[in-house]
Design a protein. Structure first.
Length: 271
């Protein structure tokens, strides 16, 4: 089975595997990676992993909403676009796809830097790190990227290097249902693909808003699991973007992606 076929399976329902990981993990990656539970400036990378990712991804800035940001992604020119997915040694590379919800969030932040300028930002489920990178480019005072896949952490550091940025801190523990951190803004894209995970996100985000008055922005292209969830009634549509043709093709025909503000009080904030 080629990777392009695997991508269609992922888009059509294999997200449940990843969702189970979010629900069950408590910051416990494999023993090899426990020492890398949190990266900061100057953290050394495993040279073998770095070399593998550099060899098997392509640096690209085209076909997406944010041509300003260069990323290492899996593309049709990469070996694993054709190889059997089981030969990929590090688990499903969800981080190697620039998902449309993350694209919309990143585009919005780049176009509206006042949303993050001088503020602390948590990028939840960061994946390739594009939205965290956009926040740094737009003047955020502090950025923390979170993804439970340790290889995503490596990819984010490589992507920071591509964009001439000092790598931001990265944590790979599951922080959903943890204590509400003191963040000015939480951003998350493409995370509402499983009902239980969506429920956990809903309750945790609501707690962050209640306790810390955190602002929350959500990026999603209109997946059924998101639109049908109860959180939908508490969202304010901020902006909708038409997706580039390449992104439409690799996301089963999705044509647009929306940035939503989670505002239980239905209040809105402008820059």
């Amino acid at each position: 089975m080629a990777f392009c076929t695997w991508k269609w399976l992922l888009l059509l329902g294999r997200q449940n595997t990843f969702a189970k990981a979010w629900r069950s993990r408590r910051g416990g990656p494999s023993l090899r990676w426990k020492r890398c539970c949190h990266w900061g400036t100057g953290k050394s990378l495993d040279p073998e992993v770095r070399a593998f990712l550099e060899e098997n991804t392509e640096v690209t800035s085209s076909g997406h909403l944010t041509p300003e940001i260069r990323l290492r992604l899996l593309t049709p020119r990469c070996r694993f676009w054709r190889e059997k997915p089981d030969l990929w040694p590090y688990g499903d590379p969800f981080w190697a796809i620039y998902w449309p919800g993350g694209q919309a969030l990143s585009r919005y932040i780049l176009d509206n830097p006042c949303v993050v300028k001088g503020r602390s930002v948590l990028d939840l489920g960061s994946g390739c790190g594009a939205t965290a990178i956009a926040a740094v480019m737009s003047g955020a005072s502090q950025v923390l990227a979170n993804d439970i896949d340790p290889i995503a952490g490596v990819a984010m550091i490589l992507n920071c290097e591509l964009n001439h940025l000092t790598p931001f801190p990265i944590t790979i523990k599951n922080i959903i249902n943890s204590e509400a951190g003191n963040w000015d803004l939480i951003v998350l894209g493409d995370m509402f693909y499983d009902e239980q995970l969506a429920d956990g996100l809903h309750h945790w985000l609501r707690k962050c808003i209640r306790i810390q008055q955190t602002k929350v922005l959500i990026g999603d292209p209109g997946r059924h699991q998101f639109l049908s969830h109860s959180i939908r009634s508490q969202l304010h549509k901020v902006i909708e973007y038409s997706l580039p043709e390449y992104t439409r093709q690799e996301n089963n025909g999705l044509t647009s992606s929306i940035v939503w503000s989670y505002q239980p009080s239905n209040s809105s904030e402008s820059c």
